[in-house]
Design a protein around this ligand. Structure first.
Ligand code: NDP
Length: 496
């Protein structure tokens, strides 16, 4: 099939029960930097989802998976990590092509993806139960940790390889089976990851990959009776729909949602370093990051100076083709996202906020939107301060005291990430204690590691990804009571 510029389009397939196959329906994926369709994607609907969940359900207890030892599961994950590393440049290129995220970022991020798989490969045989010191001499009591079951993993468009690795790694390490639903936007790298899972040797049905539209594909998956747990990353409105969908089956869930993360700069901060971190926090990935530090709170004494440095850095960002290694900033993933961002900016400016830079979409092909800074000091409840843009829009508020900084930082329904820039150690500790967020970065921002748990509260969701904690989330305990006495059971009418 060819696109409207006469180019041949690449075709991707879904992966169900160890087979690559076309779906009955398909859709075109656009290159966000040119707006030209470049690939045909399989569109999963009810029958595909049903087959994928059935495959995961029957693989869960089948001996070729359930019979593996924990270290054998770890070996499969090591193999997957190696394959991801070997295919890093191809995966990065696919992600850039399909989402518009710059190749510089996708190339660096893929190294982390392999690292996450390695971490969980090593953890597979460290997930253990416990002996319980029960106060009954004729009983041995212990906890077994068993796989939680069939996991539905759903990810948004912005970093599908990374956001799925933090689910796939711990879930497979724990012995679960999975159906992974890629976003309809930019699904290519995840559908390609299916090939690597296949090559790594996971038995058929252990991991299945589909893509399709949220309401049809996503809601069928999350309401499926054989799904035991939903690991969802996306926005809070969709998360609420997911919970409603799963309510009849009482599936458990972990929700990694959005944020409106405060980035707090005190007057003793290293201004250049803080400004670089703020650029990373809001303009890396064109702001399409759940941890975007989208609310700058700056102490009044340095506000003017800090904004001048920040604006100069924002305006010097090299915008261009996402495929070019020199490019620092590419397009947004979709036109809908660009429209939403523009509306947030326009409403804030209409309410009295002052545009410091950006705010006008770029002309020409591609869903480009410039780095945008809006001073909302006169309208602290402006939409750009309150709502997640999931784009390159930084709102600015000022404060005088530490107490005001904390009050503003916590004046949000979200609670995902936060950043504090100060040279004052005791103040840093007070801020760490006071901030309501799942992550606090002090004098740094946007740092990650597979060893460090990550997650939020409030509208940012619940549950944690990363670290040992995440692997334990994919297990359930079974309490075993074994009576060691050969004596007959005494009085049957009392609790033992
Ligand atoms: P959405 O919530 O719209 O979509 C997320 C995923 O859910 C997509 O795969 C989507 O499919 C799917 N989906 C949509 N409707 C349904 C449904 N009814 N039932 C089940 N699944 C459905 O999020 P966005 O795509 O807009 O992503 C941006 C959001 O994700 C932001 O809020 C961002 O902060 C958050 N995010 C959170 C992260 C975290 O770790 N905390 C990391 C990255 C992003 P489709 O795309 O095909 O519609």
């Amino acid at each position: 099939m060819v696109n409207n510029t006469g180019g041949e389009m690449k075709r991707f397939q879904q992966y169900i029960n160890g087979c690559f196959e076309d779906a009955a329906f398909s859709f075109e994926s656009l290159d966000p930097s040119t707006e030209v369709a470049w690939a045909i994607m399989p569109e999963a609907r009810e029958t595909d989802i049903d087959r994928a969940v059935e495959a995961a359900s029957s693989a869960l207890h089948r001996s070729d998976w359930a019979g593996l030892t924990a270290s054998q599961r770890g070996q499969l994950l090591y193999k997957l990590a190696d394959l991801v590393a070997e295919n890093a440049s191809y995966l990065a290129e696919l992600e850039t092509r399909d989402t518009g995220k710059i190749i510089r970022e996708t190339s660096a991020q893929i190294a982390y993806v392999a690292e996450y798989y390695r971490y969980y490969a090593g953890l597979a045989d460290k997930i253990q139960g416990a002996q319980l010191p029960i106060d009954k001499p004729d009983m041995d009591v212990w906890l077994r940790r068993e796989p939680l079951g069939v996991i539905a993993a759903i990810v948004p468009w912005n970093s599908q390889l990374f956001l799925s690795a933090v689910k796939i790694g711990p879930a497979l390490a724990a012995g679960c089976t999975m159906v992974v639903k890629a976003s309809e936007f930019g699904p290519a790298p995840l559908l390609e990851l299916a090939r690597l899972c296949d090559q790594a040797g996971f038995p058929p049905g252990v991991i299945n990959f589909v893509t399709g539209f949220g309401p049809e594909c996503g809601s069928v998956l999350t309401s499926h009776a054989k799904v035991d747990h939903i690991s969802f990353t996306g926005g809070p409105i969709t998360a609420a729909a997911v919970l409603r969908n799963s309510a009849d089956n009482l599936a458990s869930s972990s929700l990694e949602l959005g944020g409106k993360s405060p980035f707090i700069v005190f007057d003793d901060a290293d201004i250049d370093s803080a400004a670089n971190a703020q650029v990373a926090g809001i303009f890396a990935a064109a702001g399409q990051s759940c941890v975007a530090g989208s609310r700058l709170l700056v102490q009044s004494g340095i506000k003017k100076k800090f904004l001048a440095v920040l604006r100069a850095k924002a305006q010097a960002i090299k915008i261009g083709s996402p495929m070019d290694m020199d490019t620092e900033y590419g397009p947004l993933c979709t036109q809908a996202q660009r429209i939403k961002i523009q509306s947030l900016v326009d409403q804030s400016v209409d309410a009295g906020a002052e545009l410091i830079c950006g705010g006008v979409p770029a002309e020409g092909p591609g869903f480009y939107y410039p780095p945008t800074i809006i001073d909302c000091s006169k309208v602290p409840k402006a939409p750009a301060v309150v709502h997640e843009a999931f784009g390159p829009v930084l709102s600015v508020l000022e404060f005088d005291t530490e107490e005001q900084a904390l009050e503003l930082a916590n004046d949000t329904d979200y609670g995902l990430a936060s950043g504090v820039f100060t040279q004052n150690l005791t103040r840093a500790h007070r801020m760490i204690n006071g901030i309501k967020a799942g992550v606090v970065w002090v004098n740094t921002y946007r740092a990650v590691s597979p060893i460090a748990p990550f997650g939020g509260s409030g509208l940012s969701g619940h549950g944690r990804e990363g670290g040992l904690e995440a692997a334990l989330h994919y297990t359930k305990t079974k309490t075993v009571w074994l009576r060691t006495s050969d004596e007959p059971i005494p009085d049957p009418f009392v609790m033992r």
